[in-house]
Design a protein around this ligand. Structure first.
Ligand code: GRF
Length: 206
């Protein structure tokens, strides 16, 4: 494939960063023709910070606690626009994205959620699936809109629930699938292969 100019990505994360690693590994392998320009976190103690630094990716800690509504988002818009970011990747970012950011990056913010949306939105999706008695769980990559886990779905993967599953065992099997579909979704975006029709995301026009 033609190399071309690499698209600039920003990852926003608040936790251990395993999806960040999966996406960065895919870039390093040459599967995704893009670069992670910056990691932004709102948690000064997030494990993902050290991972990014070891991989020579710039880290910006932008604390969101105590800020008035929209302030974090406006600061983020300024930084991300200034750096020419084309795709914002939420990878375990524990803060709801506000309108200033959504309006500045329409269909250019992705999130991964550990359920088969529209089931089990919000926190503790794997626990919700177990408590509901679902037989099939899974994960979804979607574009971010003004709702919580409501935006157009890009890719999904189903994970059967086992009779003896705990939140930990189910989460682990779902996470393994997250690490496959998130880099794949980013690759599709980077290769301009995603279009939107209403709220349906088309891949290669289909
Ligand atoms: C994942 O389960 C993801 O689905 C959810 O937050 C978790 C992030 O994990 N949005 P990690 O920090 O990428 O390891």
């Amino acid at each position: 494939m033609k190399e071309g100019i690499k698209k600039k990505l920003a990852v926003l994360a608040s936790g251990r960063g395993s999806n960040f690693v999966a996406i960065h590994d895919a870039i390093e392998r040459g599967d995704i023709n893009a670069e992670i320009d910056i990691l932004i976190t709102n948690k000064p103690s997030a494990g993902v910070i050290d991972i990014a630094k070891k991989r020579n990716i710039e880290v910006r800690v932008m604390e969101s606690k105590g800020l008035v509504a929209g302030e974090f988002d406006r600061k983020a818009v300024e930084l991300l626009t200034e750096r020419g970011i084309e795709l914002i990747i939420l990878a375990g970012f524990m803060r709801i994205i506000g309108m200033p950011l959504i309006e500045a990056f329409p269909l250019r913010i992705m999130n991964i959620h550990p359920s088969l949306l529209p089931a089990f939105k919000g926190l503790d999706a794997q626990k919700q699936a177990l408590e509901y008695g679902a037989k099939i769980a899974g994960c979804s990559v979607h574009f971010v809109d003004e709702g919580v886990d409501t935006g157009p779905i890009i890719l999904q993967r189903a994970v059967p629930v086992a009779a003896n599953d705990t939140v930990e065992t189910l989460s682990e099997r779902i996470l393994a699938e997250e690490h496959l579909i998130y880099p794949e979704a980013v690759k599709l975006f980077v290769e301009d292969r995603l279009q939107i029709d209403g709220r349906t995301v088309l891949i290669d026009g289909k």
